[in-house]
Design a protein around this ligand. Sequence first.
Ligand SMILES: Nc1nc2c(c(=O)[nH]1)N[C@H]1C(S)=C(S)[C@@H](COP(=O)(O)O)O[C@H]1N2
Ligand SMILES: [Mo]
Length: 227
Amino acid sequence: MGRRVVLGLIALGAAGVAVGAEVERAVDTVTAPLRERDPTGLTELIPGSGFEIYSVASSVPRRTAADYQLKVHGLVNRPVTLTLAELEAMPQTAMTRDFQCVTGWRVDDVHWSGVRLTDLLDRVQTRSTAKAVIFRSFDGLYDESLTIEQARRSDVLVALRMLDAPVSYNHGGPVRLYVAPMYGYKSIKWLGEIELVNEVAPGWWERRGYDVDAWIGKSNGRDDEPV
Ligand SMILES: Nc1nc2c(c(=O)[nH]1)N[C@H]1C(S)=C(S)[C@@H](COP(=O)(O)O)O[C@H]1N2
Ligand SMILES: [Mo]
């Protein structure tokens, strides 16, 4: 049995399917561009979820309801830093939509809910000069962006729940993005910061070759219908 599988089993034993932040990771450096990464080794050990667990960072801090914060700033009139409770107090939108990774795997009919990104953008009052939105993960590495038009779609969520539970640590909890009409790499996990800027900037995978415009519907014709 490989070392990372052993570590994974220890984590499973200690905390169910949660990956302990205290567990030493087998992959410590980002050396494999154009290969999506599972440094936890846990994907193969979680039966039946259908999801692969990816992280380009070898370890990610745990944030709880007590210490989670989402900073929303940049070209806005009312920058804000929100707690999890403040996000939970905003109107919640639920949707059942598939999750499609660009590498080929797909999970059908996933239940999602959270705050529509467009509602959050209304709350901070984006300025007319704001043409794009940059998202940063508190893993310290991953980032993504959308144009303001994409970000204003009704099927883009700041997700607090997925799979009928609070977003788990492995899936990017307590808060991740869910961009229903685009490939999974847009759905940044461990969301820590949203910045309104004047142009789109290529994200982590996009600097390594992925399309900045990640529409799934262009290739399968059925995933670009807003809910
Ligand atoms: N912070 C962060 N977010 C991320 C990634 C990542 O490595 N780090 N991988 C992306 C990719 S390529 C996919 S397919 C999905 C996988 O989501 P999951 O790990 O919940 O299955 O997360 C996306 N968001
Ligand atoms: Mo992906």
